[in-house]
Every structure is written in structure tokens, then in C-alpha cells.
Write a protein that binds this ligand. Sequence first.
Ligand SMILES: NC(=O)c1ccc[n+]([C@@H]2O[C@H](COP(=O)([O-])OP(=O)(O)OC[C@H]3O[C@@H](n4cnc5c(N)ncnc54)[C@H](OP(=O)(O)O)[C@@H]3O)[C@@H](O)[C@H]2O)c1
Length: 313
Amino acid sequence: MSSRGRTAIRRLGLAVVGLPPLLALPAAAIYREKHRPKLPKEYTLQDLRGKTVVATGASSGIGRATVSKLRDLGANVQSGSRSEGNLDLADLSSVKEFVKSIEKCDVVLACAAEICTKKGETSVDGFDKTFATNHIGLQALLVEIEKKNIHPSRVVIVGSKLERNGLVDPDIVKKENGTRLNDRPDEQYTAVKHYSDTKLCNQMLTTSLVERWPETKVFSVSPGMVDTDLWRNFPAWFQILTWPVRKVALRTSEDAALGVLYACASEEAGEQKSGTFFVDGSVELASEDSRDAEKAGRLWKVVEDLIRERGQM
Ligand SMILES: NC(=O)c1ccc[n+]([C@@H]2O[C@H](COP(=O)([O-])OP(=O)(O)OC[C@H]3O[C@@H](n4cnc5c(N)ncnc54)[C@H](OP(=O)(O)O)[C@@H]3O)[C@@H](O)[C@H]2O)c1
């Protein structure tokens, strides 16, 4: 073949390989623009001077962006995380220690979560690690606050629409001592499905807390799909492959924080009933499973017993 022919084939090859990503990036940008949060046109954010927000997950991503806006409203934020060296939600004794330092709490912002990618990884207390971090630690934190006779006016739990894919059976959680959440066959396990199960647990916790804390407005929020460090435990190849799409298509933490802030601090959210699930300031229905008060109550009890058995209640 002539050298001109070889060059033409090489160019054609480059076009075939290079064109799809080139076309995908503008498509991703259009997707992001379409999915930017559209909050109500007008709403009033409260003056939070003199108010204390206890926040988890504020060292990064959506939590960090939200507390920055809460501080702009005058709130004093007491933040707990591993990187700040004062809270590991996957360690019940650390949760207890953190709550000792809380003297006042008007709003709880529960934003911390992790996706552990090693199946079967356990916490120091012997629970499944993702479940311990995303759910057991949160329930323990709330119970410790309750024990101190502190009554926040709002609790905002950052959940996820992925809860709709979650599967949780309180009887299995009990039987397996918090190392398993359901009877999904092992071959169908993925880290993201498992994370979704823990987000369903969070949504069930919202349901339980509405009854348990009648004087508090308990809200959950879906922040949308956001470019954060949530995928930090995934392998390098995954991070590299998804990087362009994450950067171009997903929401920024600042955008996602608007809906979380709305639930934490708007007058309008305060007028909604406890248990409301917000998406960008609009009310949506969480999964039917998560709204089953009897089942949610059983999960609360099972988790309470697991915490008590570790001598941490
Ligand atoms: N990103 C999304 O697309 C998306 C979608 C739906 C819902 N969400 C939810 O949004 C929330 C915030 O996540 P993000 O996307 O902003 O992720 P992120 O950037 O990874 O932030 C997670 C936060 O959780 C904290 N955290 C993790 N493990 C912890 C532990 N054992 N103890 C204490 N704190 C711990 C981290 O702090 P340290 O590492 O310093 O401990 C960090 O501040 C999560 O509840 C997540 O489920 C995210």
C-alpha cells in the first residue's frame, strides 16, 4: 500500500476512535445544564445567627458546600469527620465521644457517607462497614443527642434516589448481626447496590424519627448526581474512565448544596410536614418500602439492639 493510503487509513482510525468522545462531551455538558437544580423561584432563608448546626460529612463535597452556605447565614457549625480527627461514624465509641462535645444543636445535617468497595469489609464494631458508616453511626449519633436532652428543630438527612433500588430486611440484619442487610444472592452483589441498601436504611430512619422526635422537622434530601469524592474507594481505572463524564455531566457540589440548604434553612421547608423528601426544593415521595412505618420501626429496634450489644448505648 502506498504511504498516502496508509495515512488515510490512520486518519480514518483516529476519527473512529476520537469522534465518540468528542461528541459525548458536548452531550454531557447539555445533560448537566438540563439537570442543574431548579429551586422554587422565591424562598426565604432564615437568619441562623445564634443557631448551631451539627454536621457530618462537611469535610468534603456536598456537605462542605452546604456548611459554607450555612455559615454565610450566620450559623455556628460543629463539624465531625475522620479528616478533622474528631468523628469516625464507623466506630461507635468515636460517635459517643463526638457527641460529648455537643452542647447545643438546632439543626443536624447528616451528610456523611462512604461506598466501601471490598465486599465483607467490617467496622471496628464488627458490622458491615458501609452500613456502619452510612447508617448505624448516624442512628447512634441521633440517639446520643437525644440522651443529652437536646431537641434540634430540624434534622436533614442527605439521602439518594438510589434508595428506591435498595433492599433491606430487618430480620436478616438482626440474624446476621449487622453484617448483612438482605438475602440478595452473592453473585448479584455490587458496591453500588449495597450503598443503595444503606440509603434505603437512611430513608427508613427518617420515617422512624418522625414518630420518635415529634417536635423536630425531619427531612431527607436527594442532591442529584454530583461530582464529589464519593467514588474515592473505586479502582484507579474507574476513576480515570469516568473522570471526563463526572466533570462535564454531573452537578457541582455548590449546585447540589442549594437543595440541601433549602431543607436546612428555608422558611418554606419549615412549613412542610416532618418526613418530607425534598429534591431541589420540591416535595417528592420516597419509596413505598421506606415509608412503611412498621418496617422502619423494626429496623430502628434492630440497630438499637446492635448498638446496645456493643455496650455503646
Ligand atoms: N455524589 C453524589 O452523586 C450523591 C448522590 C446522591 C446522594 N449523595 C449523598 O450525599 C452525601 C455527601 O456525599 P458526597 O457526594 O459529598 O461525598 P464525599 O465528597 O465523599 O463526602 C463524604 C463525606 O462523608 C464523610 N465520611 C465518610 N466516611 C466517614 C466516616 N466513617 N466517619 C465520618 N465521616 C465520614 C467524609 O469525611 P472524611 O473522609 O473526612 O471522614 C466526607 O466529608 C452522602 O450522604 C451521599 O450518600 C451523593
